[in-house]
Design a protein around this ligand. Structure first.
Ligand code: PAZ
Length: 402
């Protein structure tokens, strides 16, 4: 029995091969119990519920993992979007990479926004006899009071009303197990369910039968200690061995298989009938973005692909839909864009212009409802989520009995 799905398999066959070859994550039963109760609660309330996936997945190189492959995603898109969904009255299951950004706390967990910078010791009262004490209360600095109160109130509201369920994952296989279970548990929600797949999921992995149990050694071991590691000076696997290097240190040759495309199974099997499925497509080449988003939409036959470029993702996205207008750009107006060290404003509009054969203004913007300016500028998610909620409402209306 092969341990990795092959391209000639149907999506259902690929599913069973993949899931039969990996143990489910240890936390899965606990997450399932929490999710089941959460879904039931919101089904009773006839509330819409969105599963937001967020952050990157790791690809371990060893079973007892010391080394892994990772990607850039910090989870900003997912964490910010979750807040705007909550603002729109949705309940949110936030399936996120462990230690990536979380809704609300993300305002204080950036390295540039360290929470300690928001605090102070209460000043010594300006009265006679008052003295410096070792036990002065810690307070939020006056200039941050309003912003922090706002965030705190929203966070507490979400907690008090059981509107936010945080579920972490780390590896690609944990992510896939969790996604499958959650989608199946969401079935009672019917068209009230929305899938917002913003996580940056690895496209490649190492099948279990090629995975080293222990830490891969970079130098030779005596034969009696080698336990299956190459001892003859050849490079270390995870795939075919390459040309020998006559040296005591080894090259590591990593041979990755493609991760089966489970979006098929989500749309066709796991997700509730009538639910809405939104995926993201990230590219770096402006020439490819819309083409790749359209291809994904055709291939998986879901409802919306949100395309974004690595360098402009905080200021513009494109909605690619099966229905007209098929391609719609949402942009933060130029004067209200946040500053971003890694971003490149010069590239805003490029992916659209490349297709239209002209220069895009870079000034257009999506619907303004729900838009919110922070000290860091308008968050594009404040434009994306209200647009998406409208599309979801249309789908729900189509599915409700006349
Ligand atoms: O997490 P982040 O805010 O740093 O990045 C968000 C993103 C670019 C990962 C997301 O918007 C996205 O495009 N996710 C899908 C990536 C892909 O699989 O193509």
């Amino acid at each position: 029995m092969t341990s990795a799905p092959t391209p000639d398999m149907t999506p259902a066959e690929a599913e069973s091969v993949y899931f039969n070859n990996y143990p489910p994550p240890k936390s899965l039963p606990k997450h399932e119990a929490l999710a089941r109760a959460f879904v039931d609660y919101h089904v009773q309330a006839n509330r819409r519920l969105v599963l937001v996936t967020s952050g990157g997945t790791t690809v371990p190189l060893e079973n007892q993992t010391v080394r892994f492959i990772d990607n850039f995603s910090a989870g900003t898109r997912g964490a910010v979007s979750a807040e705007y969904f909550l603002q729109q009255g949705y309940a949110v299951i936030f399936l996120h990479r462990q230690f990536s950004l979380l809704p609300y706390s993300r305002h204080y967990s950036h390295s540039t926004n360290c929470f300690l910078d928001f605090m102070d010791e209460e000043p010594v009262p300006d009265v006679e006899g008052a003295s410096e004490s070792d036990h002065r209360p810690i307070v939020v600095r006056s200039e941050y009071q309003d912003q922090m109160r706002d965030v705190l109130r929203k966070y507490r509201y979400a907690k008090r009303n059981n509107l936010l369920l945080l579920l972490p994952f780390t590896t690609i296989s944990e992510y896939l197990f969790e996604l499958r279970s959650l989608a199946q548990l969401m079935r009672p929600l019917g068209s009230n369910a929305l899938f917002y797949l913003a996580a940056a999921v690895s496209d490649f992995f190492i099948p279990s039968d090629r995975m080293s149990e222990h830490k891969i050694q970079s130098s030779e071991l005596p034969e009696h200690l080698s336990q299956g590691q190459a001892t003859d000076g050849s490079d270390i696997y995870t795939g075919g061995l390459e040309a020998q290097q006559p040296s005591r240190s080894k090259r590591l040759v990593i041979d990755l298989d493609p991760v089966p495309k489970f979006l098929h199974r989500l749309v066709d099997g796991w997700a509730p009938d009538g639910s809405m499925v939104v995926s993201f497509k990230l590219e770096t080449d402006p020439n490819l973005l819309v083409y790749k988003a359209q291809t994904a939409l055709r291939r998986y036959a879901h409802h919306l692909v949100i395309g974004n470029l690595l360098t402009t993702r905080k200021w513009e996205v494109v909605f690619v839909t099966p229905d007209a207008p098929h391609e719609r750009w949402i942009r933060v107006p130029k004067s209200r864009r946040s500053k971003s060290i890694s971003g490149s404003e010069a590239q805003v509009g490029l992916a659209e212009a490349k297709r239209a054969g002209d220069s895009a203004s870079g000034e257009t913007s999506g619907g303004q409802q729900g838009e919110k300016t922070t000290s860091e500028g308008v968050e594009i998610e404040s434009l994306i989520i209200p647009e998406l909620v409208l599309l979801h409402s249309n789908m729900i209306a189509k599915h409700s009995p006349q």
